[in-house]
Design a protein around this ligand. Structure first.
Ligand SMILES: Nc1ncnc2c1ncn2[C@@H]1O[C@H](COP(=O)(O)OP(=O)(O)OP(=O)(O)O)[C@@H](O)[C@H]1O
Ligand SMILES: [Mg+2]
Length: 228
């Protein structure tokens, strides 16, 4: 993942795979997938990054500020950023249905160009969709993973789905990574819990604690805690 300390704990994201990165606001979803993005690009992978949170220029600036060089792969076309503005649209279940279909078609059409697809975040696209449209979207992602070997990393705020649906969506996924904020020694630190990561060379049982350093991005803290 382009971060030795994190690689030692997680052993990298298996390819191909479908992973869900779950966490409330400010728990590090974007930082985490940007770390994975940087690592993948550094090892020569081609990556499509779909964001509902930023412009492509904003994303690249943010990553460059953390010393994750993504400008070069952006120029060569190994790194493509698609910015979806979803906030100003008026949503209903019909709009959500066709938006999800359009999105999966967009990804499909680029399936032979990009090994990895990051989607940060899917939350807005799901909040107005029906359960069956949501399941259909994840079924299609699963299909692309299994047939053409694409890897997906999708971030989600857990409030976007009801508990029962969330459990079903998780069952589609090879990876399930839960991010959180913990108060340790009177300091707020971010946490990574690898709840599931099928095919990984190693998976840690401990809760990984880190802070976001303006210089390195994810900086793993030396102390760890029992999971729970
Ligand atoms: N460039 C940066 N330098 C320092 N800290 C940063 C930087 N970018 C983000 N952070 C901090 O890292 C933490 C996690 O931010 P991040 O944007 O990854 O959360 P998120 O889970 O994606 O939030 P949201 O649900 O709002 O999208 C926040 O506390 C944020 O202030
Ligand atoms: Mg975010």
């Amino acid at each position: 993942m382009g971060n030795q300390a994190l690689d030692k704990k997680i052993g990298g994201i298996p390819l191909p795979s479908l992973s869900l990165v779950e966490g409330a606001n400010d728990t590090g979803k974007s930082i985490f997938v940007q770390q994975v993005t940087y690592g993948a690009l550094s090892s020569g992978k081609k990556l499509l990054y779909i964001t509902t949170e930023e412009t492509s220029g904003g994303l690249i600036n943010n990553m460059e500020r953390l010393n994750w060089n993504v400008t070069d792969p952006f120029i060569t076309g190994h790194f493509k950023v698609t910015s979806l503005t979803t906030g100003s649209m008026s949503w209903d279940s019909q709009v959500a249905k066709y938006y999800l279909i359009a999105l999966i078609n967009y990804i499909k059409q680029r399936g032979d160009q990009f090994h990895i697809v990051v989607l940060d975040s899917i939350t807005h696209l799901l909040t107005h969709a029906t359960d069956s449209d949501i399941l259909n979207f994840f079924t299609q992602c699963r299909y692309l993973v299994d047939t053409i070997g694409q890897t997906f990393m999708i971030t989600l705020h857990p409030y976007a789905l009801n508990q029962e649906l969330l459990i079903r969506v998780r069952s589609f996924c090879d990876g399930h990574i839960i991010l959180g904020i913990k108060n340790i020694r009177d300091k707020n630190v971010l946490s990574i819990n690898i709840a599931k990561l099928k095919g990984a060379s190693k998976t840690t049982n401990e809760l990984i604690l880190y802070e976001v350093s303006p210089v390195y991005g994810i900086k793993i803290l030396p102390f760890s805690s029992a999971r729970g």
